[in-house]
Design a protein around this ligand. Structure first.
Ligand code: SF4
Length: 312
């Protein structure tokens, strides 16, 4: 809807060495179930044929997938631009794959300055380790910043740190109240006023750090006036850790499922019910001062929770 290149988001497992307070899934240690690389690559080969060109690996922590390197190399060989979103604890694996050209984009997760980051990550030393990884990949990695109400005031301080450590780009992502975030105090969605502040902070950072590219997942409602629901390919398309295909964003309810990688994947075109949902959400969001659109779309899909599934 917003990106020109069609993207598939791959959540190959829920295995993670962290158990963050704001995790959008329920990832953590001990969750060893994963989709084997062969099954994933079989699905992505079909999706490339349908027109998808970007593959984004996240998780869980994607570097812990037992076939992580094989997966990256396989996606690259199929022709995808490969990006990986990581908590940065295992930087060595990432660096080697970046250098050999099997990963194009690395996004490292940050939540705020050190004390806040380590508290949300429930992992002493997490900030220091992810910073080391960013420094080692200097100029070849960026930061995905999960923004909470508590982190807003400290974002300028964090950006100063990220720019000094060599981040090429910074993406501000307002947290979603899904997964473990729903269980933890302070991990609530940002209200409109806070989203507006985030947009203003992003613009300020752009002027202060011209060498860093900034992207904000919050937009003013009026910015959606020119956006239309697409009838073409669903993008982003999500492969969930159980192999389910979901539209747009992790955590969408079951009625929106578009199929599974365990069966041949027909071209994932936007069904009319989904197009109606997107149009209704665009109407709702245009009336807002600011929106994190895909979060609003998720919430609206949940409100329509007991519909017949779009696909089996
Ligand atoms: S937010 Fe990321 S790093 Fe944290 S538990 Fe979830 S998957 Fe792991």
């Amino acid at each position: 809807m917003f990106a020109a290149d069609k993207t598939v988001h791959i959540h190959a497992s829920q295995l993670c060495n962290f158990r963050c307070l704001h995790c959008y899934s329920l990832s953590g240690p001990g969750k060893h179930a994963h989709i084997p690389a062969d099954a994933l690559l079989g699905a992505t080969r079909q999706l490339f044929g349908h027109g998808y060109r970007r593959a984004a690996l996240s998780g869980g922590e994607p570097t812990l997938h037992p076939e992580f390197a094989r997966l990256c190399r396989g996606l690259k060989a199929q022709g995808f631009e490969v990006s990986v979103i990581s908590n940065g604890w295992q930087g060595r694996d990432l660096g080697a794959l970046v250098r050999e050209g099997s990963i194009d984009v690395v996004g490292l997760s940050f939540d705020g300055p050190e004390p806040l980051h380590d508290r949300i990550r429930v992992k002493p030393g997490a900030f220091a380790r992810v910073t080391e990884t960013l420094q080692a990949l200097r100029g070849r990695a960026g930061a995905v910043v999960s923004v909470t109400q508590g982190s807003l005031p400290s974002l300028p301080e964090l950006v100063g740190h990220l720019a000094g450590a060599g981040a090429s780009w910074v993406q501000f992502h307002p947290i979603s109240e899904v997964g473990r975030a729903r269980e933890n105090a302070g991990m609530t969605e940002l209200p409109e006023e806070a989203l507006m502040r985030l947009i203003l902070i992003t613009n300020l950072m752009r002027s202060l750090y011209p060498g860093v590219r900034f992207h904000c997942d919050a937009v003013p409602g009026a910015a959606l006036n020119r956006v239309e629901a697409e009838a073409g390919l669903v993008s982003p398309l999500v492969i969930d850790s159980d192999g389910t295909l979901l539209p747009y964003v992790h955590g969408m309810p079951g009625w929106t499922r578009l199929g599974t990688i365990r069966q041949p994947i027909p071209r994932p075109s936007v069904p009319s019910q989904l197009q109606a949902l997107v149009n209704d959400c665009l109407t709702r969001c245009r009336a807002k001062a600011a929106t994190s659109f895909f979060q609003d779309l998720h919430d609206m899909a949940m409100e329509r929770g007991d519909r017949p599934a779009l696909a089996g």
